[in-house]
Design a protein around this ligand. Structure first.
Ligand code: SAM
Length: 231
């Protein structure tokens, strides 16, 4: 589990998140965030809460997708400010302590964020509580093989997220009776060694990354899983 202080520090500003995002391209199964958007729109949701919204890109897409009222939220004040600049309603909230009454939302989204939450059972209980009985919860996370080739080549080890493609379903089944998963192969493309090191340095790994020089673009495989959950 990640240290809470580290999470605060990592997301104090948006630069690391933006730097990481720029390297990714969808694979044959398409873009996972678009799949999450489609799942929420197809559910007919009107009131949507996003947890850990980061810079608000997904919330802005949701708002543009139809007559949907979106509240984006993040533990980082800066992320909330950046999201508001997109014209999206946003609040500083901790996913483990939601101030909303029961049955407030038709859909809740948590994309690439649950692995940062130390008390995940509490966050998932909160999601279940604020969701209406016929509501949908959409979570996205990564697998332990995500970028594993690059991490090992650079002297590190594969990631071991506390909420992952491998262990996420079991955690969700403690709170939802229906959990449907979809897996996406994604691709990170680095033009040269410096770009790959820039990416690796956006994390808070306790590793001194080392990579041999390369100056023609290299592609490394990612693995993303979307879980769509209902009661
Ligand atoms: C990897 S970023 C993902 C951001 C966004 N969902 C995206 O897909 O670009 C994780 C985000 O979750 C937020 N976060 C981490 N722990 C949180 C918590 N307990 N409650 C709310 N937000 C949290 C971080 O501040 C950060 O903005």
């Amino acid at each position: 589990m990640e240290d809470i202080g580290t999470v605060h520090q990592q997301y104090l500003t948006e630069e690391r998140l933006e730097a990481r995002r720029g390297f990714w391209q969808p694979g044959p199964e398409g873009d996972p965030a678009t799949a999450a958007l489609d799942a929420i729109v197809a559910s007919g949701a009107h009131d949507v809460l996003e947890l850990g919204c980061g810079t608000g890109a997904f919330a802005a897409r949701l708002r543009a997708a139809g007559p949907i009222r979106v509240l984006a939220s993040d533990q980082s004040e800066r992320m909330v400010a950046v999201t508001r600049q997109r014209g999206v309603e946003a609040r500083v909230l901790d996913a483990t302590d939601l101030p909303m009454p029961d049955d407030s939302y038709d859909a809740v989204a948590a994309l690439w964020m649950l692995y940062h939450v130390a008390d995940r059972p509490r966050a998932l209980s909160e999601v279940r509580r604020v969701l209406r009985p016929d509501g949908v919860f959409v979570a996205i996370t990564i697998g332990s093989d995500h970028l594993a080739d690059l991490r090992v080549e650079a002297g590190g080890a594969p990631v071991q997220p506390g909420f992952s493609s491998e262990n996420g379903e079991e955690q969700l089944r403690a709170h939802f009776s229906e959990v449907v998963r979809s897996d996406f192969r994604t691709r990170a493309v680095f033009d040269d060694r410096a770009a790959a090191l820039t990416y690796l340095d956006t994390g808070h790994d306790d590793v001194r990354w080392e990579l041999p020089e390369f100056d023609t673009p290299r592609e490394y495989a990612g693995h993303v899983t979307m879980f769509v959950c209902r009661d």
